[in-house]
Design a protein around this ligand. Structure first.
Ligand SMILES: *Cc1c(COP(=O)(O)O)cnc(C)c1O
Length: 362
């Protein structure tokens, strides 16, 4: 089947420069959307077709649309950065495209060709380039590709129609006042994902499963939840939307993939960045007991979380039922900040891109 090309039907009424600039002055995260979106349809027999770039607008859905009942949905998140010369580049978009295909397989959805995923992102960023914040800080344009089952009917089966979309939202610096550690609630009873489940697919259902624990964490005064494995309730997996790293001096450890951990692009990139900076970076099982014990005996010097939205977030306080401790005195650790800067400098184009991770536009 041939790859669809994207027909450009830009808006006759984009926001004015001054309206856009007012939003870009304080964009927050996920609150404002650019002038356009990309849509591509899939139907059984016909495959992918009707790729369009159109004005950002609501999508009408029949109340019996599949996704509204059975949650057959997957998504991605990646960023476009402005570079010192004014050009724009996205960070490792082909990794997101490949993960989107893996998520689609797990949810019995059609796989979008990698080149079509890239073409859709490029078309949107190209059209709405003025929405990519100016170079300088940590601001970026966050891209949200996603796919929903659009067949109408209540029968339970993989749908025979789908809609792929890309929308974009300007993102301010995650820590406008300087990097601040987050507090973590370790959930020892609720789980995010189970072996054989969808934990390694990027699907809204995993987030739905995490919201109650997130609310409990907030009630316990914590920012984020850390999930353990669903069988032994022993091994550290990840946060609701970020992977974890443990710093043992010059040795940096991230939990090995289990099938119920989401394979983050940031997680993967940091294994390379850490090695480039001379650290030993490994994937290993880490238990909650080891985390607490090694913090108390001083061998575990820093802990941080990582994902596209925040890049790297230091972990400060950790709470579990009947216990509480602080990482690196509740301050962002030195290695954490060094890795954060090294990765951000590649993303915003001020450090050499020796792995060829940046995907320039045009
Ligand atoms: C998206 C996501 C991450 C981070 O992945 P990145 O590709 O680094 O943004 C981690 N955990 C979960 C559950 C996620 O959905």
């Amino acid at each position: 089947m041939t790859t669809p090309t994207i027909e450009l039907k830009p808006s006759a009424h984009p926001l004015s420069d001054s309206e856009r600039e007012a939003i870009l002055a304080n964009p927050g995260f996920g609150r404002h959307f650019t002038d356009h979106m990309v849509t591509i349809k899939w139907t059984e027999g016909r495959g992918w077709h009707d790729g369009q770039l159109v004005p950002y607008a609501p999508i009408p859905l029949d109340p019996a649309t599949h996704v509204l009942h059975y949650a057959q949905e997957i998504f991605e998140g990646l960023k476009a950065y402005r570079r010192p010369d004014g050009s724009v580049a996205t960070f490792r978009p082909e990794k997101n495209a490949e993960r989107f295909q893996r998520s689609a397989r797990r949810l019995a959805m059609p796989e979008l060709p990698v080149e079509t995923f890239l073409e859709a992102c490029d078309a949107l960023v190209g059209q709405d380039k003025a929405w990519v914040p100016a170079h300088g800080g940590e601001e970026s344009l966050y891209l949200r590709p996603f796919m929903i089952a659009t067949e109408v009917g209540l029968g339970v089966k993989p749908a025979n129609e789908y809609l792929f979309l890309v929308i974009a939202s300007p993102a301010g610096a995650y820590f406008p006042g300087g990097v601040k550690p987050v507090s973590i609630w370790v959930s020892e009873d609720r789980v995010r994902a189970v072996p054989g489940g969808m934990g390694d697919a990027k699907t809204g259902g995993n987030y739905a499963a995490s919201l109650l624990a997130q609310a409990e964490a907030a009630a316990a005064g914590c920012d984020q939840v850390c999930y353990l494995d669903a069988v032994e309730h022993t091994w550290v997996e990840e946060l609701g939307g970020m992977n974890l790293y443990f710093v043992y001096g010059d040795r940096i450890v991230t939990p090995a993939l289990t099938g119920s951990i989401l394979e983050g692009v940031t997680r993967d990139s940091l294994l390379s960045v850490a090695r480039d900076l001379g650290y030993e970076a490994v994937e290993e099982r880490v238990s909650l007991e080891q985390w607490q014990r090694d913090t108390e005996n001083g061998t575990l010097t820093e802990v941080f979380a990582c994902g596209t939205a925040a890049v790297i977030t230091p972990v400060g306080t950790v709470k579990r039922a009947g216990g509480e401790w602080r990482q690196s005195g509740g301050e962002p650790g030195e290695v954490t900040l060094r890795l954060r800067r090294a990765l951000l400098d590649i993303q915003r184009g001020t450090a050499e891109d020796k792995h060829g991770w940046m995907h320039p536009l045009g």
